[in-house]
Ligand binder design. Structure first.
Ligand SMILES: Nc1ncnc2c1ncn2[C@@H]1O[C@H](COP(=O)(O)OP(=O)(O)OP(=O)(O)O)[C@@H](O)[C@H]1O
Ligand SMILES: [Mg+2]
Length: 592
């Protein structure tokens, strides 16, 4: 009970922030149009009938007409206002919730997204918006029902005090039955439904998205996918139908008692009319109020159970908003230890690391110092731990043992945002922003004004200038096919664009994790010439499977199972005739 009201209060606060005054106007509108207005009408009608009987109607016509007209005008105004404005406010609420969710997502870190608990809670958000809007409606329904019952109580109590307990008791069985079925059916509206929808959406995307539809078309997986969908649907609809069918009968049975109580109350009312305790005019009023009492009590119970069912979903939403990043920011960070004209030194000291909830060390007792301005290449088999090394360096994860020093200071002591500003990075799975060409580059450094000359410099370094001329709208060209008028780029063109973004940042450290896997050999050669020449004072870390790319690096690290097994420049490693030489020969042979 306390929890229910706590979350109702939170939803109201939320609605208030999204829509302001509308929440209260809406609640008042519902109460007025559904309860107060009919009540006023009824009171006036009762008066009219009694005045007719007493033959006094004409003298009183003016005030009755005026009261009726003003009550009606208010009713029409509110009903119209609500009818026209509700979709607008509902959308506003939805968009407000969306913005709160995206804001939260943008504050969290990669390690958080990996947690299963987080993914579950994210998936549950699917139905949350609908639930919150619904909760708001149920709440105004509840208030409305309460007002109805209070009004009916005030009118009926002096003459028929018995009616209230009579009707409340008669409504309880129907309520318990309905509540039971509501609890059973509710998952079919939200969680179970969301599960089905997730599968269907996934398959939609699989069949239609640019990156997967080609494979689906050639392997003709469409029919198998449809089977998967119908299987999932079966698991949803069959039990759903069974439960709801059983509910129909039981609920029907339980309403008999309600009907009996209602009829008995009306019978008592009729008796008192016959005994002249109640006038004819009053009879109409009482008749309606007994109805209101019955509906009102039923609605209070119904709305309340409907609200309490939804509270869990709402609770999940508010819990989602309280999820914290895995990496806790240092509340008292040390100012970044700049070394004058010397760049930045990065040192791994006896670092071991395993991913959360896993035993296997990806790095074990790992030592490495990257000197300012050094061009370092990392090679190694799939799964050797190259990308993991980069993730640690950016503190997406904390090392499990040892320490990672930036200019001699433990990375945990630094302000993470400040550290990230010093790094330009391009990941294996980089983002293809389906926005303008210009955005794709400018997002590399939001603090910088994207002057055309700066954009062009970055494009030139990455080779994105080579196809720039083919874009009809130049910098304002939307790239990608997701939105109207977008033009898709080739794999290599996307990569060049993403590289331009990393270059645009112009940070003292540049990290490129397989930046050129889709770029042709000639363009790749030119890009790395540029990296060597233009990024002279910068530390550059390149991960690549192409040995032609790495051979010019100052130092090449060969990584195997989380350890550096060889290190040195190309000549030194070739002379050593170890793993590097072997792999290099293997690749070179392929080209001969
Ligand atoms: N988020 C994660 N959770 C658990 N294990 C992970 C996670 N990411 C990577 N791993 C594991 O860590 C190991 C190293 O992965 P990593 O991505 O660092 O390899 P890599 O050297 O970059 O490989 P590739 O050349 O394929 O990109 C792999 O065995 C992988 O299965
Ligand atoms: Mg990798």
């Amino acid at each position: 009970m306390k929890k229910n009201f706590y979350y109702i209060w939170k939803v109201l606060q939320f609605a208030w922030r999204a829509n302001g005054l509308y929440v209260s106007v809406k609640i008042f509108t519902d109460v007025y149009t559904a309860t107060l207005y009919p009540l006023i009408q009824m009171i006036l009608l009762a008066r009219v009938i009694d005045l007719l009987v007493e033959n006094m109607l004409l003298e009183n016509l003016l005030w009755i007409g005026a009261a009726y007209t003003s009550a009606s005008l208010l009713n029409y105004y509110l009903a119209n206002y609500d009818g026209l404005k509700q979709p607008y406010f509902q959308n506003k609420m939805e968009f407000y919730l969306d913005s709160v969710i995206t804001q939260k997502l943008s504050q969290l870190d990669p390690a958080t997204f990996e947690k299963a608990k987080f993914q579950n809670s994210l998936a549950q958000l699917n139905g949350t918006i609908g639930v919150m809007v619904m909760l708001q409606e149920r709440l105004s329904g509840l208030i409305n029902a309460i007002v109805k019952v209070i009004a009916a109580g005030i009118i009926l109590f002096p003459l028929f005090p018995i009616f209230i307990p009579l009707i409340v008791i008669a409504t309880l069985p129907a309520y318990f039955v309905a509540d039971r079925y509501r609890v059973k059916l509710f998952p079919y509206f939200i969680t179970k439904r969301a599960k089905v929808r997730r599968v269907i959406t996934y398959i939609y995307n699989l069949l239609s998205s640019d990156s997967t539809s080609k494979e689906a078309a050639i392997f003709k997986t469409g029919s198998v996918m449809q089977q998967k969908i119908s299987q999932v649907k079966k698991g949803y609809f069959i039990p759903f139908n069974k439960i709801s069918e059983r509910g129909v009968y039981l609920q029907f049975l339980s309403t008999f008692l309600q009907l009996a109580a209602f009829l008995y109350a009306q019978y008592l009312l009729l008796l008192s009319v016959l005994r002249h305790v109640v006038s004819i005019g009053q009879f109409t009023l009482y008749f309606q109020q007994i109805m209101n009492l019955a509906y009102g009590v039923e609605n209070i119970l119904g709305m309340y159970s409907s609200i309490s069912m939804r509270v869990d979903t709402v609770e999940a939403f508010f819990q989602f908003l309280e999820i914290e990043s895995m990496i806790k920011p240092n509340p008292h960070p040390i100012p970044f230890p700049e070394k004058k004209d010397q760049g930045i030194e990065i040192a791994f000291r006896n670092v071991s690391f395993h991913y959360p909830k896993q035993d296997r060390d990806i790095l074990h007792d790992f030592n490495l110092t990257m000197h300012p301005g050094e061009k370092i290449a990392i090679v190694g088999e799939n799964g050797a731990g190259k990308t993991t090394l980069i993730k640690l360096l950016l503190r997406f994860y904390d090392v499990t043992e040892g320490e990672l020093l930036i200019n001699g200071i433990n990375i945990k002591e630094l302000d993470l945002n400040e550290w990230h500003k010093k790094v330009g990075a391009l990941f294996q799975d980089f983002i293809k922003y389906q926005f303008t060409f210009k955005d794709n580059i400018a997002f590399g450094d939001l603090d910088k004004k994207p002057d055309e000359s700066l954009l062009r410099t970055a494009m030139k370094q990455s080779g994105a200038d080579t196809y720039f001329g083919t874009l009809p709208k130049g910098f304002d060209q939307i790239v990608g096919k997701m939105f109207d008028e977008g033009i898709d780029l080739s794999g290599g063109q996307w990569q060049k664009l993403a590289l331009a973004r990393a270059f645009f940042r112009n940070a003292p450290i540049l990290i490129l994790d397989e930046p050129t896997s889709a770029i042709d050999a000639k363009a790749e050669y030119e890009i790395f010439e540029n990296v060597q020449k233009l990024q002279k004072d910068k530390t550059v870390i390149i991960i690549s499977h192409r040995f032609s790319t790495v051979r010019n690096a100052d130092r090449i690290l060969v990584l195997d199972e989380g350890k550096i097994v060889e290190e040195g420049n190309h000549e030194k490693l070739m002379k050593k005739k170890g793993l590097y030489a072997e792999l290099f020969e293997l690749q070179a042979k392929g080209y001969k």
